[in-house]
Ligand binder design. Sequence first.
Ligand SMILES: NC(=O)c1ccc[n+]([C@@H]2O[C@H](COP(=O)([O-])OP(=O)(O)OC[C@H]3O[C@@H](n4cnc5c(N)ncnc54)[C@H](O)[C@@H]3O)[C@@H](O)[C@H]2O)c1
Length: 406
Amino acid sequence: MGKRSLAVAAAGALCAGCAAFITPSLPRAAQRAGSRGLHMAVTKKDSYSITLLPGDGIGPEITTATVAAIQPFSKLFKMEFKEALIGGAAIDATGSPFPDATFEQIKASDSVLLSAIGGPKWDGNPREQRPETGLLAMRKGLGLFANLRPAKVVRQLLDASTLKPEIVDGVDIMVVRELTGDVYFGTPKGIETTESGERFGYNNMIYYEHEVERIARVAFDVARKRGKRVCSVDKANVLDVSQLWRDVVIRIQKDEYPDVELTHQYVDNAAMQLIRWPKQFDVMVTGNIFGDILSDEASMLVGSLGMLPSASVGNPSGPGVFEPCHGSAPDIAGQDKANPLAMILSAAMMLRYDLGRPEEADLLETAVDNVLDQGYATADIMRDGCKPVGCKEMGQRVAEALEKLL
Ligand SMILES: NC(=O)c1ccc[n+]([C@@H]2O[C@H](COP(=O)([O-])OP(=O)(O)OC[C@H]3O[C@@H](n4cnc5c(N)ncnc54)[C@H](O)[C@@H]3O)[C@@H](O)[C@H]2O)c1
């Protein structure tokens, strides 16, 4: 039994989504009774072990800045950071983008903070030696079936959005994307040739009920901590797999989350509504391919890549992975120009969803907000009248702001 399952058993606090994952046969009434929300199976502890995956490009710089930013929490609890290799750095050192030693270390951790991987140096490698292959192997190995991508418009950066300020001001959306199923993983798939010599390609868009149930529970659990509204996005007017998706989401809401409002949108309409009136959304839940596209669209409402955190969670007996949405930015690597705030905000998600520390997550987000209010800005979010800072100083400024809040 994993450490988290033990903690769960001891606390008797299974969340609905987690319960479905560990014990699919658990009666629904028991799941409902034990529902404590996403990953809240993790009880607050005095000490946490956190694996840092600095990765490539700007990764090491933003990792150092993030660790500095959250250091003030050591007054409240212990954080033991241990670095491990992934991506291009891991290929250079070991020949593998996701070495066994990294996987073993991660499995023994409470949580994982990842920066970014990849770069031109490895672009020409065969697929098994590409940095992204390491990322996919990690997600699969850890059973991370849910991707959470917040799109929260930062008041101080309203002008950075390509949409009018009055449309984006106040936008606060959480896109919950299923990460391990759908047309990306369905079989059969392939490219074949007909007898007449014409080639054809195909993939299988497929969801099993249990896959929809568990992602729906994640979305409803997240909604309970926010505005208690979920919009499920599908294409049920055309696709059978979407009809199943919709039926299951409706059932889960009715049986287990009657306190959360559920609406539905077809994916084409959802794409339009995100631009037309984004403030209507609280939590959006959707499948892998629709989520891939909509989460990118939603994140662009915010306007700056350097401000977007994300979380991949799902397996209650192992850690989640928290990482910025941006890549390794090789064009500015090693120049102290990178914005570390997306990774710092990812650390806030880690505190909230993996470490049982939602109050501290709020404090860290407030500290970031206060630093932006004070006018500090890295080059990517520079506005008139702001004080330019580098990556390292931005981390220190957040630490100072956090210190004042503790
Ligand atoms: N999850 C990941 O690790 C991930 C995600 C996307 C891309 N990548 C990889 O990253 C590499 C570069 O990809 P890309 O250039 O398409 O995307 P990118 O996100 O790395 O960079 C796009 C642009 O945004 C800027 N930028 C990104 N993050 C920034 C930050 N924190 N602060 C300031 N500016 C920032 C970059 O300088 C660049 O101009 C590629 O190898 C790609 O495969 C990795």
